[in-house]
Design a protein around this ligand. Structure first.
Ligand SMILES: *[C@@H]1O[C@H](CO)[C@@H](O)[C@H](O)[C@H]1NC(C)=O
Ligand SMILES: *[C@@H]1O[C@H](CO)[C@@H](O)[C@H](O)[C@H]1NC(C)=O
Ligand SMILES: *[C@@H]1O[C@H](CO)[C@@H](O)[C@H](O)[C@H]1NC(C)=O
Ligand SMILES: *[C@@H]1O[C@H](CO)[C@@H](O)[C@H](O)[C@H]1NC(C)=O
Ligand SMILES: *[C@@H]1O[C@H](CO)[C@@H](O)[C@H](O)[C@H]1NC(C)=O
Ligand SMILES: *[C@@H]1O[C@H](CO)[C@@H](O)[C@H](O)[C@H]1NC(C)=O
Length: 437
């Protein structure tokens, strides 16, 4: 055979062998799945498919079998049921509740994705949680912060002098806004639109659009939010508006971290206690520190005129390297991570699974634990300017309706009544109409 053909033949044979090995390993896996019959390994069921499936996992001294297979709902080895918050639906819940089987809630999203879960009665149905709150069992409040190094690095950083020049040369506004979800629980756009009357803001997203991204960024900006090119673009601005879509304790997203990473000063609205996690006590501007958008605008004008006052917000870029982060709370939270494990959602999910598994193993006589609002504390939709509860916000009504939903759900679950969704919704609306929640 000519050499070329021999090589090709070799490759094809090797591929064939791999394929056979792959099939065999699949058969073995399949086998293990069907014959899972180890009597003393607790079963943990992901009710909403997420996490590990049909797998025995070792967590320290504990071992648990994780599955998405709902036939295990009636298995005596079932010890816990886990739910992924955004995919939890009232019309699709386990048929009954046993106090011997704990329920766990993994929910990193804001209430936008499932408004019933902000209410105490709904949260009380769960025993353990992994949410953005620092008080949950596996806290996710720093999920969107890649790491310490990113905060102190200056790879995107543009000096104050250059930023000032860009305002003239490229006719940039001092403030960047880029958001395409315009109808939010936090009603952030009503604040931005008021602020805009007093100071120039370049708004590139769909909300209050007044500026265009260039073509390279335009078509897919939502996909490239952490790409170098996009970060370099954000870095040109002295300030970036970082308003969350809902106001919850510790609900902090990439909206805050991105400007901090590139060295644009965030103007923040979101978690009321967000300063607890800033690199330094003056790394971002909170709109709550100002009585009105005008007052904030005047404050920003002063920073635009005074470089040293502006740069007080950038000590995480400008200080000596070892002094760039002084917040010990942030440092110790991040230290926990320094184990070479990448900071991604999948790893937190694995940690939550192991938390549950260890709990089962440790507490044969289970000590009772119940999730409360402390682990998912969001404020009613308020007007961001006046702080008043906003009766005209569509979300306010949803909130109140879902309060009835939560009350009703708790009644159904604790009394072991199976849910007919049509009937449930009718009852919920009638409770709402009669002001019973
Ligand atoms: C679910 O588990 C049962 C055994 O408990 C098994 O018979 C069935 O095939 C499994 N279903 C799936 C989709 O894996
Ligand atoms: C709940 O009801 C189901 C039947 O719908 C029953 O099998 C189960 O034992 C009940 N559980 C409790 C805790 O009462
Ligand atoms: C902020 O940090 C500076 C220097 O580290 C310190 O002197 C000051 O007291 C701090 N202010 C607050 C409000 O913590
Ligand atoms: C500029 O800001 C610095 C630091 O806050 C302050 O000490 C100084 O007085 C300010 N300069 C002017 C001209 O306002
Ligand atoms: C889980 O919560 C329920 C109430 O929702 C409670 O009855 C049960 O005892 C709790 N179980 C554990 C293990 O804490
Ligand atoms: C929820 O947040 C509000 C406002 O920040 C606070 O007043 C309240 O005490 C918090 N509730 C709980 C249960 O943590």
């Amino acid at each position: 055979m000519p050499r070329k053909i021999r090589v090709m033949f070799g490759i094809v044979t090797a591929l064939g062998a791999c394929l056979v090995m792959y099939q065999v390993s699949l058969m073995i896996l399949h086998h293990r799945k069907l014959y899972f019959s180890d009597d003393h390994i607790p079963v943990i069921l992901w009710w909403t498919p997420f996490g590990n499936n049909n797998r025995v996992k070792t967590c320290g001294n504990a071992k648990c079998y994780f599955t998405h297979n709902r036939t295990f709902e009636n298995d005596v080895r079932l010890k816990s049921i886990l739910f992924y918050g955004s995919n939890l639906h009232i019309h699709d819940l386990p048929n009954w509740r046993s106090s011997a089987i704990s329920w766990g809630l993994l929910h990193e999203e804001s209430p936008r994705n499932n408004p019933i879960l902000v209410h105490e009665e709904a949260l009380n149905l769960f025993n353990y949680s992994s949410t953005f709150s620092r008080l949950s069992n596996v806290p996710l409040m720093l999920l969107d912060l890649p790491g310490l190094e990113e905060l102190v690095a200056t790879s995107y950083y543009i000096s104050t002098k250059e930023k000032s020049a860009l305002i003239h040369v490229e006719n940039l506004a001092p403030i960047l806004y880029i958001q395409s979800d315009c109808d939010t629980v936090s009603d952030r756009d009503s604040y931005v639109s008021e602020l805009m009357k007093h100071i120039r803001i370049d708004s590139y997203g769909a909300c209050m659009n007044n500026a265009q991204l260039d073509n390279r960024l335009k078509n897919n900006y939502l996909d490239i939010l952490s790409d170098r090119e996009f970060l370099l673009f954000v870095a040109k601005y002295k300030f970036t508006i970082a308003f969350e879509n809902a106001i919850c304790d510790d609900y902090i997203t990439e909206k805050l971290w991105r400007p901090l990473i590139v060295g644009s000063v965030p103007i923040y609205y979101g978690s009321p206690s967000f300063k607890d996690w800033l690199p330094n006590n003056k790394s971002a501007i909170s709109i709550l520190d100002f009585t009105s958008p005008i007052e904030l605008a005047n404050f920003l004008y002063n920073l635009l005129k005074n470089n040293s006052a502006y740069e007080e917000y950038l000590s995480h870029k400008l200080n000596e390297r070892e002094n760039r982060i002084t917040n010990s709370k942030l440092l110790s939270a991040l230290e926990r991570r320094q184990t070479g494990i990448p900071n991604d959602f999948g790893n937190y999910m694995e940690e939550f699974e192991c938390f549950i598994c260890k709990r089962i193993q440790k507490n044969r006589k289970l000590q009772e634990s119940i999730v409360t609002k402390r682990q998912y504390n969001c404020s009613l939709p308020r007007d961001p300017i006046t702080g008043e509860i906003n009766k005209h916000n569509w979300w306010t009504e949803q909130w109140s309706i879902e309060k009835c939903g939560a009350k009703l759900l708790s009644h159904y679950i604790t009394n072991n009544i199976s849910i007919n969704i049509k009937h449930f919704d009718e009852q919920k609306m009638s409770m709402y109409d009669n002001n019973e929640c």
